[in-house]
Design a protein around this ligand. Sequence first.
Ligand code: PHE
Ligand code: ZN
Length: 878
Amino acid sequence: MPDSPKTIRRGDYAPPAFLIDTVDLDFALDPMATIVRSRLAFRRNPAAAADAPLRLDGEGLTLLEARLDGEALPESRRQLGADGSLTITDAPDAGILETSVRIAPERNTALSGLYTSGGNFYTQCEAEGFRRITFFPDRPDVMSRYSVTITADRARVPVLLSNGNPDGSGDAGEGRHWARWVDPHPKPSYLFALVAGDLVNVPDSFTTRSGRKVALNIWVRRGDETRCGHAMDSLIRSMKWDEEVFGLEYDLDVFNIAAVSDFNMGAMENKGLNVFNTKYVLASPETATDGDWQGIETVIAHEYFHNWTGNRVTCRDWFQLSLKEGLTVFRDQEFTADQGSRAVKRIRDVRGLRAAQFPEDAGPMAHPVRPDSYIEIDNFYTPTVYQKGAEVVRLLHTRIGPVAFRRGMDLYISRNDNQAVTIEDFVGAMQDASGTDLTPFMRWYDQAGTPELTVEDSYDPATRRYTLTLRQRTPPTPGQVEKQPLPIPVAMGLLDDTGAALPTRLAGENAAQPGTRVLLLDGAVQDFVFEDVPAPPVPSLLRGFSAPVRLKGVPQERLRFLAVHDSDPFVRWDSGQQYAAAFMLEQVARVQRGEAPGFAPALADAVANTLASADADPAFAAEALVLPGEGFLADQMEVADPEAIHQVRRHLRRQIGTHCGAALLATYQALTETGPYRIDGRSIGRRSLRNACLAYLAAAGEDGVALAAAQYRAATNMTDQLAALALLADAETPAREAGLAEFHAKWRGDDLVLDKWFSIQAMSSRPGTIAAVRALYAHPDFDLKNPNRARALIGAFASGNPLHFHDSSGEGYRFLADAVIALDPINGQTAARLIGPLGLWRRQWVERGALMRRELQRVLDTPNLSKGSFEKASKALQ
Ligand code: PHE
Ligand code: ZN
């Protein structure tokens, strides 16, 4: 490690010394020697100290020339810092700075800045990649108007794209050509983009509600044109939805999307030129699963929605990241909910939150939605900033209601358009639009940890009063020991003993209210007294998951009752899950005592009931059928026991598969597709229900495995094919090797499908999986440099295979650390992101914890470790 990397603190924010009004960039593209000339019109920021120097960030740039107001800058007036920055001494209060630098995109394996992939050029600037392209004050509160000229070899690089609208193109002589782009909207440098290469476009268009025609293009490699239909359709639906629901219209003449197979994240919202991981663009029934299909719709919508929440109104500094990310995730969640089943969408989002964000909030990297400090900002693109951030926006929405929320959005955008602002500006707009004091809600942004909500109640037949006592407590997190109570909106209702909804009247209210109401718990403990309650009711709490908390201590018989009777589909689903989880944890305890796990007939009854009514909503039924995952169960335990958890879950799956075999098989057969493949919500729901049945049948024994093998052979779409192959990959059957070999031979030319082949094997529960994963790491098709492939093997193993990752030999940990150490010098950002699972050592037995720590230490001791991996490993060890 170089000298201890610097911690950046939120409290140290200071406005930029200089502002840049316009940026003119000129790229002469070449894989090994691209020349970037820049012309910046700078002026001193009246809001900053008057004597601060003009300092420009830079990283790995070879400076060829610098001119100030037309004159060459003598070396004595320009300093190159050890961090790569450029400082100009005695800069005038306003002027023109021109620089010329050389960079080598072909050597850029970090995929940040300007890099090549498959011979084409792409940029990635968020968060701090622009400084790897040219010298610039690379921070989001410096917003400028950009014009960009690109020159390149015409034959090899026929397509030249950047942000904004096209503004001319032509011949540049000697086989080269040029194109110019002008973006009329001021933007921070992290939204700059350039894409150039041998690409083909799928065109379409969209007419905005005010009648402007926008040209839409998706740019892909030749041959991929046939797989863009769903992405384009999702884009058009997103554009329409944002107009209808938020009144927000697109603001340029063109909207370009470029897909690239080497990408660190999912996608990027660069103004007018989104860059996407191919995983979130390309889909055909033969190659993409229903999950992929849904992922594309979500990510396309998300990036499009950033045009207003992120681009037109941007972040003042990176601590405000959730200002754009939490809000934009909330918007994409609402979009998807409006496209299909709101209940199923909510269930999936909560499942995801609990699988990733809850453990993060309970581990060494726990941080508030608005962090207080960071070493490497790339490490803070987290489930907390994104998913919990979206939950906090949802909570405000619940608190003030949809009408005031929409007014608040209008106000937020009109007040802050073309500015770089803070989370206070967002909450302030919601407060002013609703007339509700929202200051207590700021605590949700600044306090880490998942609150625990517990319930007690009592009923007094004499007064017909029912008292609900709600209590909250947030466990300590690193650096934040003392916790304050949070304002928690609890959407709820009361049920009578037949399961019918009771109207509710709180003490002091004049009339009873029907349906769901929202209680606001804002102290550590609070009583809510209901009047005129005829008999002891059953409370249904946290309907729609109205706050990101852990609801604890609801008795098993109430969970069973709610799972059947509640009017709220989320509570029905969740009560079933909590019921099953509590039972499974009891069995884990039995296994730990050396006893055999038992079986609850109630679970089989629940499965039978779900199957009997599945036809009404197959997607919901599929969600209800799936038992709580191993990670979810581990997260409920003080000290996890991955082997016992796996054993119990496997045992129950087999038991259910056996007890309900006939019904499962009948449902499976009834759902066999006959017509053509379709991807509407109902068809997706039917496939997921069918595959959920198949999974139980395969768990029950050979007949089920044979059924999976038959489905694998007969499948005409990737969803069914992959679901079957995943079951085979877990089984001891000759069909396993045959299936995997056949799949590889068939798909070895398709990156995205081959990723699935790696992942399925990495997540197998079979003995010998660690050795198999090591062998796959050495496979000729494995490529550590490609983030999708690295995640497909290493990430899938470490996060998706708790059984083998936590093997008591420590071999799983060793594999992960070896991979991180190998990847770090190539791509520190992706390496750092893989470290997470090693950080949860406190939640494992001491022996395992020690093995995990040893591997973290080995990572930390690696010479020249990246800042990001240093931060992850050192925080994990604390
Ligand atoms: N801003 C992107 C998104 O949320 C994510 C991203 C971050 C992509 C950093 C690349 C680099 O959509
Ligand atoms: Zn985003």
